[in-house]
Design a protein around this ligand. Sequence first.
Ligand SMILES: Nc1nc2c(c(=O)[nH]1)N[C@H]1C(S)=C(S)[C@@H](COP(=O)(O)O)O[C@H]1N2
Ligand SMILES: [Mo]
Length: 433
Amino acid sequence: MADEGVTYGSPARLWSALASRRPPGIDRIAWRSPLRGPWLTSVLGAVLLVSMPVVIITGLLSYVAYGDQARPADVGWLHLPMFDWPADPSWLYRLTQGLHVGLGLVLVPVVLAKLWSVVPRLFAWPPARSVAQVLERITLLMLVGGLLFEIVTGVLNIQYDYVFGFSFYTAHYYGAWVFIVGFVSHVALKLPVMVRGLRSRSLLEELRSRRADTFPERAEPESLVAEDPAAPTLSRRGLLTVVGGGSALTLLLTAGQTIGGPARSWALLLPRSLGEGDGPNDFPVNKTAEAAGVMHDATGASWRLTLEGPGTTVSLDRDQLAAMAQHTAVLPIACVEGWSTTQSWTGVRLRDLAAMVGAQDGGAFVQSLQEQGAFKEASLNAGQVDHPDALLALVVNGADLSPDHGYPARIIVPAMPGVLNTKWVGSIRFEEA
Ligand SMILES: Nc1nc2c(c(=O)[nH]1)N[C@H]1C(S)=C(S)[C@@H](COP(=O)(O)O)O[C@H]1N2
Ligand SMILES: [Mo]
């Protein structure tokens, strides 16, 4: 229908109708930084282009490493080509998950700077000029919305236990795919623009330039360059230094948990890395025995380990376990939340326990004395049961496990996500191959 001479019949008319309906005040928002421009955006984009795939791939690998515990379990065609997560090298999950969380955090300042560099686009009017542009904007919404959602859920997950009303895993997994679609589309659409932007100036020269010789980039129609630039308050070098400094500070505040020792107290962004326990048991605790509701008498002299196999069931007390062949291995606990700790564990090989009940080459299902909570049980794959360093540990660093670290016995398997290293083990069912 006609309205001020405009009909909405064809896309072209829709765009021009949009153009004439500017929201009041939108012209008055002035983006005047002389630093904004295609070169700056391209530099930040290039950093994200090489680093984001690492965050994406290590995140998806973590989903694979969870194996049968992967959550959400039922993701339809988003289910990954699953493979059995290996038990070698022992630092594998520590590396992949450390990269995922560490790089994810370190890139936050770069992401914020990139968003700042393109923010005038958000307020551009008309919001769309063509069908192609509408589609592009949808991918941008997926890119930015998905990424901010992943940052918020990821950061909250390493700070607090279960602050969500929904499952972290489910939210972070679906959010990841929204982001991935946005990321891949954005790269496909913008790669040539980025390459052109990078070529428009010399990085070395920018890194040498001071505020006094900071001028806006060459303005082209529809470019990010301010029409009415203000005087610079910072050089491009200064801006990149602030962003890089922000990333370096983030690294400092997270890496302490991996470096260990006194550096652990700097790890403000990974607060669970702060040590608890005494002497040989002085290393991070994910959940204390008290919080898990594992009562003292259940783990006392009456404790028995139940082993189930294809034909038999065996019950052992702690002295009987301690009388079996003991094996020592130096292995990390690497938590999905990004912290890790490497200790020397001693106990019985899982494959020896499997052999006791006539099981060979199969996986295992471990149950804790803990009655509530998502981590009270875990499935291990065949390679994880069979590895010579895969243990039911009784001892850590030469001393009995403390109650908080899983006394009377806990699982410890190389390269396995921390969450599957079940504490306060009550029973293990060994499956047939
Ligand atoms: N029964 C039980 N086992 C558990 C957990 C738990 O909550 N309950 N937490 C898991 C998680 S998430 C991690 S990272 C490791 C941490 O082991 P630690 O507390 O000895 O450092 O234990 C795992 N084993
Ligand atoms: Mo964990």
